[in-house]
Ligand binder design. Sequence first.
Ligand code: C2E
Ligand code: MG
Ligand code: MG
Ligand code: MG
Length: 279
Amino acid sequence: MAKDAGKNNYSVFKAIKNNIGIEQLTLESSMRKALQNEEFVLHYQPQMDIETGEIIGTEALIRWNHPVLGLVPPAKFIPIAEENGLIVPIGEWVLRTACKQNQMWIEQGFIPMKISVNLSTRQFLKRNLIDNVKQILSETNHDPRYLELEITESMTMDVEYAVDVLGEMKKLGIQICIDDFGTGYSNLYYIKLFSIDRLKVEQSFVRDIMTDKNDADIVATIISMTHNLGIDVIAEGVETEDQLNFLRTLRCREAQGYYYHRPLPADQIEQLFTKCTGE
Ligand code: C2E
Ligand code: MG
Ligand code: MG
Ligand code: MG
C-alpha cells in the first residue's frame, strides 16, 4: 500500500513535470491491473464482399471496460500502452482471445472465416513476436490461414527487419494486411518485397470520397494499384450507399464500415454468421 502510494506520488510529480493530463495518469495506473481483472473485451467488425453482400471475415477491435470511466476507446489507451510497454501483454491477450474466438466459431459449425488482428509497433518490433504467434496458434489450435495480421506502413521503416518478420509470418501461412494505407510513406517496391496480401484503404479518404476530388483520386489510385499488383483491397469506414457504389465502380471487392455493421460483441456477431450446410 505504502509502496503504491509512493509510486503514485512519483507519477503525479512526473505528470506535472511532463505536463501529462490527470486522465492519462488514471488510465496508466489502472491499465496495469486491467488485464488480470479481465476488463478488456474484443468486439468484432464484419468485413464484407461488396458483390455478394456476404461476410468474409471480421476484425478484432479492443475495448476497455473501465470500472470507473466506463467504456474507453482504443484511441485513448493504445497510445499510452504503446508508450509504457503494456501494449505487449495486451497485444498478446488480443491475439490469443481473437484466435480462441475464431476457432470456437469454426468448431461451432459456422463457415470458416478469417480474423484480422491489429499489431502495434512495439509488438511488431519485439524480437520474440514470431515465437509468440506460433505459440498462440498452437495453443488455440487455430489454422494460420484464417489469421490476418494488420500492420501499418510506419512499422516497416526498418526494411530488413520487416522483410524478415513478414517472411516468417508468410511461411507460417498467416496473411498480412497494411492498415490505414495511404497515410504513411508508401513504396510500391516494398509492398512487393513484403509480400503483402491485402491493403486496407485509410478511412479518412473513404469518408470524403464523394465530396473531395483528391480523396476520390487517391482511393482510385490505391485500388487500381492493388489490381496491378494482384493483391486484395478492402475499403474501411464505409458509411453510405453512395460511397459503396462509388467503390463498386472502382472495382473494389471488399468493404468494412458502419454502412454494414459496427463492431459488435461476439454473441451478436454470431447471429450474422451462416452455418456450414451438408456433410
Ligand atoms: P483501425 O485498426 O484502423 O480500426 C478501424 C477503426 O474504425 C475502429 O475504431 C472501427 O470501430 C472504426 N470504424 C469502422 N467502421 C467505421 C465507419 O464506418 N465509420 C467510422 N467513423 N469509424 C469506423 P476503434 O475500434 O475505435 O479502433 C481505433 C484504432 O485503435 C484502430 O484503428 C487500431 O489502430 C487501434 N486498435 C483497436 N484495437 C486494437 C488492438 O487490439 N490492438 C492494437 N494494437 N490496436 C488496436
Ligand atoms: Mg485495423
Ligand atoms: Mg484502419
Ligand atoms: Mg489505425
